[in-house]
Design a protein around this ligand. Sequence first.
Ligand SMILES: [Zn+2]
Length: 252
Amino acid sequence: MKYIDTHCHLLFPYYDEDREEVLQKVNDELDLFIEIGGDLDNSQKVVDFIKNQPKAFGTVGIHPTDSEGFDINLIDKLEELAKNDKIVGIGETGLDFYWETNKQTQYKVFDAQVSIAEKLNKPLVLHIRDAYDEAYEFLKKSNLPSKLGVVHCFSDTWETAKKFLDLGFYLGFDGPITYPKNAELRKVVQQTPFERILPETDSPFLPPVPFRGKRNMPIYVKYVYEKIAEIKKIDIEELKSKLYFNTMSLFF
Ligand SMILES: [Zn+2]
C-alpha cells in the first residue's frame, strides 16, 4: 500500500516549470491524491485536470481569502462543477480572519458553499484560520452534508479539536506536526482517534521537516505519516491502511 495526499494544489504556478516530473513522482509513490480548488477559475482547472489523471480526484470551492473577489452570482457555476463524478468535496471554504478582510462577505460565500455541499451531499473541506470559534458556531447551526467533512490543516488546541470531532468532522494534519515548536499540535494528533485523521500536505505550502523553506510536494506526505506513526506508536504499514480507509470513508 502506498501513501495518500488528501489536500494539494498541483495546479498552482509553483509547478509550472516541472509539473510533469512532479506528477510522475506522485503517480509512482502515492495511491491517490486530491487536488483542492481555490477559486472559480482554479476549480474549473481542477475538473479539467483530474479527468485524465487516474490517481487524481478533486474538490471545487472558493477559499475564504478569495471571497471578496468572488461574484456571488456565479455560485451556480461552482455548483455545476461540483456535480462532476470525480469531484469528491466542496472547498476549500471556511473563514480566515488572519487577514484584514470583510467578514460578512466571507460568511456569505461560506454559507453558499455549505448549501452546495448539503444539496449534493459531498463533504466540506474547511480552511479555518483565526476563526475556529466563529466557524464552529456557524457550522453548528447550518444544514450540513451527511458526511460533514474535514478541518483541513488543523492547527489549534485539543479543546478546539474536540469540538469539531464531537460535531463529526475529520481533522487533516500536515507538515506543521513535524515542526519542533509544535508540541501542542502533536498532543492533538495523539488524542485524535485514528478513525478521524486524514493525511495532507497542502503542497506547495507547509513543507515538513526536513524540507522547510522549500516547495512542498505530495510525495513528502511520507514525513507526515512517519510523524503520526511515531506519535501514535503504530507501524507505518498499519497506518497506511487506516488512513486509506479514512479517505475512502469520507470522500468516496
Ligand atoms: Zn489548501
